[in-house]
Write a protein that binds this ligand. Structure first.
Ligand code: UDP
Length: 243
């Protein structure tokens, strides 16, 4: 796999379309050890630098895509072209759309109960090729986790999506990897909230101008604390190159 390392994290240089094709091939193929995809933004890169456990999870991932303009720009600064952002939401949407011709089964974990149920029902209505074999909200008590993992193990979905926020979803998938028995799994951030209509994704023009992060900050000002890491990421990239 052709990758570029940004602060120790090997990012894929594939386009969104090529990444979708790769995932579709895995979904249509044999049930091998689960393919763990991480769509990583600068927050995850910085967190991995601080947390050896997260670094180990990132190292073990099968594919890491650039989810954030900061990653694309950091690669450019190193003289490497990453063609575009490859976000969890876009991957999920393309896979769901592709199910018209290549159907697959899906298990949906995460978000609050109402959002999870609504997103699942919208997916079923809108994408007939997708069979939802199970779903569970992301606000459960610790002792309920075993039953949830056992259910996924039994249902063997082709695709498992986990909306527990980053990097919790990545940690959750890694922790249960040997039992999940899905073909492909990835964290999808706030995608269920968007599908259910609880949160609006930034309009395309904001995405095209690479300021989706600003849109999210304006809509959910409580995110400012999390986004403080962005200038730190930029500074680290700039000084690392000089060194
Ligand atoms: N979430 C959850 N359980 C938790 C914390 C968060 O299910 O204990 C869900 C939350 O409801 C939302 C998603 O995780 O649907 C996180 O969305 P966010 O936009 O914050 O994603 P991130 O940017 O962290 O990937």
């Amino acid at each position: 796999m052709d990758t570029v390392k940004i602060l120790g994290v090997p990012f894929s240089k594939m386009t969104l379309s090529d990444t979708v094709k790769l995932l579709q091939a895995r979904l249509a193929g044999e049930r091998k050890p689960m393919f763990h995809l991480i769509t990583a933004n600068p927050e995850i890169v910085m967190a991995a630098k601080q947390e050896p456990q997260l670094q180990a999870i990132v190292n073990a991932a099968d594919l890491i895509t650039p989810d954030g303009i900061g990653v694309v720009l950091a690669a450019k600064w190193q003289g490497v072209l990453i063609p575009e952002r490859v976000t969890g939401f876009d991957l999920l949407t393309r896979l769901l759309e592709g199910a018209k011709t290549k159907g697959f089964s899906l298990y949906v974990v995460g978000a609050d109960e109402e959002t999870n149920a609504k997103a699942a029902s919208i997916i079923v209505d809108k994408y007939p090729g997708v069979e939802i074999v199970g779903r569970h909200n992301g606000y459960y008590k610790g002792e309920q986790e075993e039953a949830l993992v056992a259910d996924i193990e039994r249902k063997q979905p082709d695709l498992l999506i986990v909306a527990l926020g980053a990097p919790n979803a990545e940690k959750w998938i890694y922790k249960h990897k040997s039992r999940l028995k899905a073909k492909v799994a990835f964290g999808v951030g706030g995608s269920l909230d968007v599908i259910a209509g609880k949160v609006k994704r930034a309009p395309v023009i904001w995405q095209k101008l690479n300021v989706e992060w600003l849109y999210r900050l304006l809509k959910q000002p409580s995110r400012w604390r999390r986004q403080l890491v962005l200038p730190k990421f930029a500074l680290t990239i700039l000084t690392t190159k000089r060194r």
